[in-house]
Design a protein around this ligand. Structure first.
Ligand code: FES
Length: 238
């Protein structure tokens, strides 16, 4: 069976991709940058962070590039005033929702949320901070979970289930009350399913999950991100 090759335009450039490939995939294949937070190569895509929103065929409606398949003749815009405003608002919301204090964060200088804020010129937050009283779970012998820094991208949940096959992590509650939990809400140290592989720590875009005594910078230097993940796949996803 041959896979159909489709031609489309992204930001005025003619590009092509295979049917069923997403706009994000084709854009990246062609060095066209679209910001993301929840999407990560090698994992399923929830389309939840909404940072990758683009406009299609001149419509005002926004679509998540990470879950929208390409179509023949599609015209995609990845940069416009509306998109920029939308992305800035998402970044501000993330900062205002929890307690992201970069100056004292283990991921300072190596944080994807911080990088996005820099890229989109978010140097202050106009929305009211929530300052939620969230806990830090340091019960694991090697790792720490700080809910204050979590952006609920669910990369940890997915890497644990889809690559390590342990299914330790999940999300409890909804909306702003959502929290990641180990083993249906026990402390991480008491988890019976956690293998201690550290993959969840590795894919965390902020300092929410970290290794005791190791900065995020050191961690990424020790084990380059994606090659490490794919080489350490436990679950065979077809
Ligand atoms: Fe598309 Fe998160 S990267 S919604």
């Amino acid at each position: 069976m041959t896979t159909q090759v489709l031609t489309l335009r992204i930001d005025g450039r003619e590009v092509s991709g295979l049917a069923a490939e997403t706009i994000l995939h084709v854009a990246r294949e062609n060095d066209i940058s679209i910001p993301t937070l929840c999407a990560l190569e090698g994992l399923s895509t929830p389309g939840s962070c909404r940072l990758c929103m683009v406009q299609i065929n001149g419509s005002d409606k926004l679509h998540a590039a990470c879950v929208t398949p390409i179509q023949e003749g599609m015209v995609v815009t990845t940069q416009s005033d509306k998109i920029l405003q939308y992305r800035r608002a998402i970044i501000e919301l993330l900062f205002s929702e929890r307690n992201h204090v970069c100056a004292v964060c283990v991921a300072n200088g190596h944080c994807e949320l911080q990088d996005l804020a820099r890229e989109f010129g978010v140097d202050h937050v106009e929305m009211a901070y929530r300052f939620p009283a969230l806990t830090v779970d340091a019960s694991h012998s090697r790792f720490v979970l700080d809910h204050n820094r979590c952006v609920l991208c669910t990369r940890c949940v997915r890497v644990c289930a889809e690559i390590e096959g342990a299914h330790t992590w999940d999300i409890k509650h909804r909306g702003i009350h959502s929290l990641i939990v180990a083993d249906l809400d026990t402390s991480w140290g008491a988890s019976e399913t956690c293998t201690g592989c550290g993959k969840c720590v590795h894919v965390c875009p902020t300092g929410a999950l970290c290794e005791k005594g190791t900065s995020v910078a050191e961690l990424h230097k020790k084990r380059p991100f994606l090659p490490y993940l794919l080489a350490n796949r436990t679950v065979d996803r077809r």
